[in-house]
Design a protein around this ligand. Structure first.
Ligand SMILES: *Cc1c(COP(=O)(O)O)cnc(C)c1O
Length: 418
């Protein structure tokens, strides 16, 4: 068990989280290397001998130490920006380990992707196809592409993280896809490699996934009838995890559905949350307890600046005390809120907790879409990140300082442009 309670204290692998809080302060993120590894291997093992490639979605958590561990396991990377390209390369990946998704790739991002030789660019519009055609020709290269299609399947998840419906900005419609594939096939500077899709995140049902697989395979067969041989089908990411009482499918069951794809196609997946989500927690300390006429607030030192998901998606995260409460403290219903000047600044609402000032908590399942969405709003430095591997503890990112926040700023000087 990566996170477990023993003798009243909460542990990650062989280290008590209270010791990490003592040593590095709060708020801070803590990751379990064992859990990260286990999750990635669950995908790899489930595919077994079936031709496949796992491209971890860097946007879920792009910290270099974590990317480097995944690279050493044999993972590829799914990126959505030039910044993530640089991160994947810095973590040890080669261009051929990387696929590039995203609806708004800039000219420079496409130039960089073609130059480093990424394995595939998942094109999301005709305008992007035209831009890439021109860029690859100018560089004297053939750009490997897939079209990201929007299968118009409802992933049955939160509207902000559903991406494969007709009203979403992502991908091209199934109807457009055939015409754009024909167009791409006629362009010498493009090399059509596959089809891509990604219909949403935190999916807890297999039905939309299996519908999507059917639609993508149908499209692949239609393309074959026109003489277009594809080497891979990229079925995206999006498998959910258990935050509260969700019952997401096991990785093995999910992969079994993906393996409905005919053997002649390599299967690509782009999981993010299901690899890093339950491998990380956010530690926080209670600053004040505040009784208001209708509510009790527990004000802690973490905020929407450290973990945006509750404010953005009304997301629910389990809370765990790092140590047993002192005997004289009674349990109450609290809203756990941060110091930021926004009423959306909460980490949890209406939770029965035994708290006293100074108590420390772990916000569970915070590994995905946690640190990556951290901001310095209210001039708050971003938190430290700690990696635990058995009994060993590494600070993989020190806490930002106020100096870091101001380092690149300049005062206005009255100077006219030449
Ligand atoms: C966000 C994203 C993923 C990963 O989604 P998870 O829900 O974290 O698994 C995969 N592919 C694309 C294109 C994405 O935008």
């Amino acid at each position: 068990m990566s996170f477990h309670r023993s003798a009243g204290r909460l542990w990650v692998e062989g280290v008590a989280l209270s010791e990490i809080a003592d040593r590095f302060g709060t708020p801070c993120y803590v990751y379990s290397r064992a859990r990260l590894t286990e999750n990635w291997r669950a995908y790899d093992d489930a595919f077994g001998a079936r031709a496949h490639r796992i491209h971890y979605s860097v946007k879920a958590n792009g910290s270099l130490a974590l990317l480097n561990i995944l690279h050493s396991l044999g993972s590829g990377f799914d990126i959505v920006s030039g910044g993530e390209l640089a991160r994947a390369l810095a973590a040890g990946a080669n261009g051929s380990d990387i696929i590039f998704s995203g609806v708004g790739k800039s000219r420079q991002e496409l130039i960089d992707a073609v130059t480093v030789g990424v394995a595939c660019i998942n094109v999301e519009s005709e305008a992007e196809l035209d831009r890439l055609t021109e860029i690859a020709a100018a560089l004297g290269r053939r750009a490997p592409i897939a079209l990201r299609v929007n299968p118009d399947v409802d992933p049955q998840t939160h509207p902000y993280i559903s991406t494969g419906l007709q009203g979403n900005k992502f991908g091209v419609s199934m109807v457009e896809a055939l015409r754009l594939y024909r167009k791409a096939l006629a362009v010498p500077s493009l090399e059509v490699r596959g089809i891509a899709c990604h219909i949403g995140s935190q999916m807890t049902s297999l039905a939309p996934i299996s519908d999507t697989v059917g639609l993508i395979v149908d499209l692949a067969k239609a393309l074959e009838r026109e003489g277009c041989q594809l080497s891979h089908l990229d079925l995206g990411g999006g498998l959910g995890i258990r935050y509260r009482d969700e019952q997401p499918p096991a990785i093995t069951d999910y992969v079994r559905v993906l393996c409905d794809v005919p053997e002649r196609f390599e299967i690509h997946v782009e999981p993010g949350r299901s690899i890093i989500g339950d491998a990380g927690v956010l530690l926080t300390s209670i600053e004040y307890l505040k009784a208001m006429p209708t509510k009790h607030f527990a004000i802690c030192d973490a905020a929407m600046t450290e973990l945006l998901r509750p404010a953005l998606y009304n997301a629910w995260h389990a809370l765990e005390l790092l140590e047993p409460p002192t005997a004289d403290v009674s349990s109450r219903r609290y809203d756990l809120v941060g110091p930021v000047c926004e009423s959306a600044d909460f980490l949890a609402q209406d939770r029965e907790l035994c708290l006293s000032p100074g108590a420390r908590l772990a916000v569970m399942n915070a590994g995905a879409y946690g640190f990556v969405m951290a901001s310095s709003y209210n001039a708050r430095p971003r938190p430290a990140e700690i990696l635990v591997d058995g009994h060993s503890v590494t600070e993989i990112r020190p806490r930002e300082t106020i100096g870091d926040l101001m380092a690149s700023e300049r005062l206005a000087t009255a100077r006219e442009l030449p």
